[in-house]
Design a protein around this ligand. Structure first.
Ligand code: SAH
Length: 218
């Protein structure tokens, strides 16, 4: 079966699974997932499975990416902050729907590859940064949407601070190595409203910089 045929099959599967947002489905159709996975996994790019992307990290299964993107409810006026660029796939999907995507990754090799993909696909509205995303974007910001694609025990406080009132933050909350709960936080004038969206499994959010090869840490 060709990749194009597999993609159609996947989109039908996502519809059956309850993904009804046509803008999200159109973004999944347009972004070539095969370019975001290692060559050896290309023929699995349109299976509804998570795939390894190097550095012990994974690209979430398409259904989770679609579900999270739909829950974020982004529009063309919005700048979205993503923590955990990884392959860049989620950022590329968001770049098709939002005005701009700011994305932070702690592993330089992953960020370099993701940046090359954004350039190749002419996604000029993605702004990348190397570092610890749990501290938020280095300059003061007021994001209408924040998505975290790695799991933390609690929502990082600096991210809550950079979420604008009325804004939505989506993140997996829970202990690493186990299933976590996908949580949607809506910031109101007086506090934060929490909605639980079901169990997911993400790689952990790690605040410390990666160890440098050769044993020295940065
Ligand atoms: N959104 C990605 C998913 C990658 S997995 C994609 O579409 O491919 C989650 C990523 O979060 C990993 O690449 C991991 O290195 C990164 N990560 C973990 N802790 C982080 C932190 N504190 N700051 C930035 N990135 C982090």
């Amino acid at each position: 079966m060709t990749l194009a045929a597999r993609k159609i099959r996947l989109l039908m599967e996502l519809r059956r699974a309850g993904i009804a947002d046509t803008a999200v489905l159109a973004a999944l159709e347009r972004v070539p997932r095969e370019r975001f996975v290692p060559h050896a996994f290309r023929d699995q790019a349109y299976e509804n499975v998570a795939l390894p992307i190097g550095q012990g990290q994974t690209l979430s299964q398409p259904e989770v990416v679609a579900q999270m993107t739909a829950q974020l409810a982004v529009d063309r006026s919005m700048t979205v902050l993503e923590i955990g660029t990884g392959s860049g796939y989620q950022a590329a999907i968001l770049a098709r729907l939002a005005r701009r995507v700011y994305t932070i990754e702690r592993h330089k090799p992953l960020l370099d590859e993701a940046q090359a993909r954004f350039a190749e696909l002419r996604l000029t509205n993605v702004v990348t940064r190397l570092g610890d995303g749990s501290r938020g974007w280095p300059e003061p910001q007021d994001f209408p949407r924040i998505v975290v694609t790695c799991a933390a025990a609690l929502p990082p406080e600096p991210l809550l601070e950079q979420l604008r009132p009325g804004g939505i933050m989506l993140l997996p909350v829970g202990e690493t190595g186990r299933q976590q709960e996908l949580v949607k936080l809506q910031k109101t004038e007086t506090g934060v409203r929490e909605t639980r969206l079901g169990l997911v499994r993400f790689v952990p959010l790690v605040a410390a910089p990666p160890a440098v090869a050769g044993g020295q840490s940065a």
